[in-house]
Design a protein around this ligand. Structure first.
Ligand SMILES: [Zn+2]
Ligand SMILES: [Zn+2]
Length: 260
């Protein structure tokens, strides 16, 4: 049976380095039968393609306008914040209380200790997997992710383990405890079937994020569904996936989302 996403809250726009406008993503979501779409442009601390703090009010006004224009769709403003600092602080915009936060590790955000973050970013790229030093790097990355999960209300941990190796079981346990969804990302499929199986046994809840950087990718789910199937995870076990022909009821959206 065919499936589709019920909501996709990991999409990028021209406010970071996506190609579409907020409205383009909303239109694409509506065309794909989604009930909710979220804009999660890269955190303001990203040196190369972070969203701009001063543009956030403009983004909020556009979200408000689109909510009136597309009343059947829940339209949310979030961010994909960068996890980098040792104390768990993440790069949220200064003024707007966003509707939700996705967070993940990316090279290019340097936080409060830029030299240290830059060095860790380089090592993450250069140290061969499982080589000497790899375990230390993995520990440092894991500590940062755990600190961020406990210091913030993070709805979704994006592409866990991509771009920086972490101890997935430790991170999974923290996600479960904090009610954070672990993402099966359609652009960077960072989890393999064996890892998904172990995380499922641990009691982790999964969602799919398209990580769309173009409107055409909003609502994409094929890659993650395939890996989930390989792991024995049924589509029904992913919080935002429904059968193609199912008529979503209002209550299908998570409580926090429908109350916005
Ligand atoms: Zn990302
Ligand atoms: Zn992203």
């Amino acid at each position: 049976m065919d499936y589709r996403l019920l909501w996709d809250i990991h999409t990028h726009t021209v406010y970071s380095h996506g190609t579409g406008t907020i409205e383009d993503n909303v239109k694409a979501a509506a065309a794909n039968g989604l009930r909710a779409v979220g804009i999660a442009d890269h955190g303001v601390g990203h040196a190369f393609f972070g969203m701009k703090d001063e543009k956030v009010p403009e983004m909020r006004r556009e979200i408000e306008r689109l909510r009136r224009a597309y009343p059947e769709m829940a339209i949310l403003l979030g961010t994909e914040a960068n996890i980098i600092d040792r104390d768990g602080a993440i790069d949220l915009p200064s003024a707007d209380p966003l509707d939700y936060v996705v967070a993940g590790y990316h090279f290019g955000a340097f936080g409060k200790e830029p030299a240290r973050a830059f060095a860790l970013g380089l090592v993450n790229r250069l140290v061969p997997a499982h080589g000497t030093g790899w375990e230390r790097v993995r520990k440092a990355n894991t500590a940062r992710v755990l600190a961020a999960l406990y210091a913030n209300r993070i709805r979704v941990l994006s592409h866990p383990g991509a771009k920086a190796p972490v101890d997935l079981m430790e991170v999974g346990a923290a996600c479960r405890e904090r009610g954070t969804l672990m993402e099966l990302n359609a652009k960077h499929m960072s989890l393999n079937a064996a890892e998904i199986r172990k995380l499922k046994e641990l009691g982790v809840t999964f969602c799919i994020g398209s990580d769309a950087h173009t409107p055409g990718d909003v609502g994409r789910l094929e890659g993650p569904l395939q890996v989930a199937a390989d792991a024995g995870l049924r589509p029904e076990e992913i919080v935002n996936v429904i059968p193609m022909n199912a008529k979503p009821e209002k209550g299908d959206l998570p409580e926090w989302m429908s109350s916005l």
